[in-house]
Design a binder for this molecule. Structure first.
Ligand SMILES: [Zn+2]
Length: 86
């Protein structure tokens, strides 16, 4: 047992499932990367009610994740939604 909370353990499991589902490729730019260079991104941010469910999660490389987090903070985040076709 590590110092992580049980939520952390669950998140690790979800994260791994999403990375595998997406083939270890960024859903935004299509780049394949090792799991340590990939993030699992919340399409609807948690502070807007997004949940840790597969429909709300997508693999993003570090660079895109930073970019997406920035996009989320302004209304232009429609770009990401259009990319995913949601
Ligand atoms: Zn990317």
């Amino acid at each position: 047992m590590s110092a992580h909370s049980s939520r952390g353990t669950t998140w690790e499991r979800i994260r791994e499932a999403i990375l595998r589902r997406d083939g270890y490729r960024c859903k935004r730019c299509g780049k394949a990367a090792g799991r340590s260079n990939l993030e699992v991104h919340h399409i609807v941010p948690k502070h807007r009610g997004g949940r840790d469910v597969s429909e709300n999660l997508a693999t993003a490389c570090r660079r895109c994740h930073i970019e997406l987090t920035r996009i989320e903070k302004n209304p232009a985040r429609a770009e990401w939604e259009a990319h995913l076709g949601v």
